[in-house]
Write a protein of this length. Structure first.
Length: 556
């Protein structure tokens, strides 16, 4: 092959290599919507280029005519596939889609048969002769009615598909208008070259510029794929969502460039679409109150923002959602700003009402607590009035029990229960006859049995009062002993409620420290010695030791 022949072939070889590179690129993205149809569209043009190269280098008329026929047959593939590609890209819904596709194959198949039998029938190639094309010879012929008819068919198919694309451009989405433009130009470029060839207009030394315009068109469409991510952003689906939503909304790509934005967001930005599309989010939303710029590196987030519009506070909730392609790769993020002003106003109103209600509840609770305290103190006073000899006992023993409980780290409701139970510890004595209650001297066995029934009487009286369910432990169990010899149930050790163990120490201390009808007050040293002796018998060792340490420190 001569140098002149190689130089002449270089543009065609370059076009073919570019086609192969483009095919590899598209095949790697074959899972994206529309990319498979575009692959076969480009494949048809690549076969045309390769066939023409073989036509140039093949000697003899028959060989060149074979490769010329191969070019025309290969050109059927882009004609068949381009409408499919356009329908997929624009998401055009067609009735009887399969039937239409089958019908679209009829003319290309008939044309293929006529081209294949052209040398015999003479219906395609007329007045064939060899003609110089640079350093090579190619088959030259006049276009028959069949050839012209097929070119017209191609014009109709591409024009109809382009009309769909033009209608797509008229829709309000800006980014996709930019996407559609390279598709239309890329599809029309080889068609224009084919038309010029049919009317025998030659504008370059090369025999056919169709092949160059075909690769130019494919590269232009591919540039649209890369630059505007035709296959990675769902145009019509996005548009339907955009048109249906009144919430401010924006879509960013992986590089945080704005690729779509709706009118509600533009109103808040006080900008036009031309001023924001393609720009970086950090620049457009730099001073924007909705914190979009702070969430450009997350896949999902929720945030709230407040700003003034016309002197009125407006609240928005920003939601960030990821966008994935069919390979589960992150292609961008959608930012939806939902107006929650009404919800916030209702929330503030509810908060205000809750505060007022809380104040009222606290007030009523305080009143109830006071009434409750008064009732308990009234009951205790009633008992003391009945038993003058023990007047002040309930108040004193309650004070001792509460101090001891605090020393043990008891607080809150548990401490309140100990206080209430201490006040009511002898409520069961209401059932003891006066002659036994006020008797001087020791009780008979029968009288002691009656006295020892007062814890059970207390349980019967208080068990029906819900708010005394824990406080009842002291009236019911304060006569139980650590060693199990107490009454009424003979409980032992930690089986006795802690509150009752605490109170038992306080109760016996006060009983021995003050005069009773049946016993005179003891000396303090004698009481302390008795307590030490009863540790582990009558009293819980831990509780009594802590109590005695408080006595030594004059805390009791």
């Amino acid at each position: 092959m001569t140098q002149a022949e190689i130089i002449y072939l270089l543009p065609y070889l370059g076009a073919f290599v570019l086609s192969v590179i483009l095919l590899v690129f598209i095949w790697r993205k074959r899972d994206m919507r529309g990319s498979k149809s575009f692959f076969f569209y480009t494949l048809g043009h690549a076969i045309c280029i390769l066939s023409f190269i073989f036509e140039l280098i093949t000697p003899g008329v028959e060989g060149k005519l074979f490769w010329e026929s191969a070019q025309w047959i290969a050109s059927c593939l882009p004609v068949i596939i381009f409408p499919v590609f356009v329908a997929e890209y624009t998401e055009t819904r067609l009735k009887h889609r399969r039937e239409l596709f089958a019908a679209s194959l009829i003319i290309p198949i008939l044309f293929t048969i006529l081209v294949a039998t052209g040398p015999v029938s003479g219906l395609t190639f007329k007045d064939m002769q060899m003609k110089a094309s640079g350093p090579f010879e190619v088959v030259n012929f006049d276009y028959s009615a069949v050839m012209i008819g097929f070119i017209v068919y191609i014009l109709l198919i591409v024009s109809a598909s382009s009309i769909i694309l033009v209608r797509r451009m008229k829709r309000p989405r800006r980014l996709y208008r930019q996407q559609t433009t390279p598709i239309i130009i890329g599809a029309l470029s080889p068609l224009i070259a084919l038309t010029l060839a049919a009317v025998d207009i030659q504008i370059t030394p090369h025999r056919s510029i169709y092949l160059f315009t075909a690769i130019f068109g494919n590269l232009l469409i591919s540039w649209g794929i890369y630059r505007f991510r035709i296959f990675e952003v769902e145009p019509i689906a996005r548009e339907r969502v955009f048109e249906a939503m009144v919430e401010p909304l924006v879509i960013l790509d992986n590089k945080n460039a704005i690729i779509d934005i709706n009118s509600s967001m533009l109103v808040l930005l006080e900008k036009t679409e031309k001023e924001v599309i393609g720009l970086q989010a950090k620049d457009v939303f730099q001073d924007f109150p909705i914190p979009i710029k702070s969430y450009t590196s997350v896949t999902y987030a929720r945030a709230e923002a407040e700003f003034k519009i016309g002197g009125r506070s407006v609240h928005y909730e920003l939601t960030v959602w990821p966008l994935y392609n069919s390979r589960k790769e992150l292609t961008g993020r959608i930012y939806i700003s939902h107006d929650i002003t009404a919800l916030k106003e209702l929330e503030n109103e509810l908060r205000k009402l809750n505060s007022e209600l809380e104040i009222r509840v606290q007030s009523r609770t305080h009143e109830l607590e006071e009434a409750y305290e008064s009732m308990l103190e009234g009951l205790a006073l009633a008992l003391e009035l009945r038993d003058k000899e023990t007047e002040g006992h309930s108040r004193r023993v309650t004070e001792f029990a509460v101090k001891l409980a605090k020393k043990m780290g008891i607080a809150g409701e548990e401490l309140k229960d100990i206080r209430s139970g201490s006040i009511l510890h002898d409520i069961g004595k209401i059932s003891i006859p006066d002659e036994i209650l006020h008797k001087n001297g020791r009780l008979t066995p029968e009288e002691r049995i009656i006295v020892e029934q007062h814890p059970e009487t207390a349980f019967k009286l208080l068990s029906r009062i819900p708010f005394l369910s824990k406080a009842i432990e002291i009236p019911y169990c304060h006569h139980e002993k650590w060693d199990g010899t107490g009454y009424p149930r003979g409980l032992a050790g930690e089986g006795i409620p802690l509150s009752a163990r605490i109170f038992a120490v306080a109760d016996v201390w006060d009983a021995l420290s003050n005069d009773r009808p049946y016993n005179k007050a003891w000396e303090r040293g004698q009481i302390i010695e008795y307590f030490r002796e009863q540790s582990g018998k009558h009293f819980d060792p831990i509780v009594v030791n802590l109590f005695l340490s408080m006595v030594e420190k004059s805390e009791i």
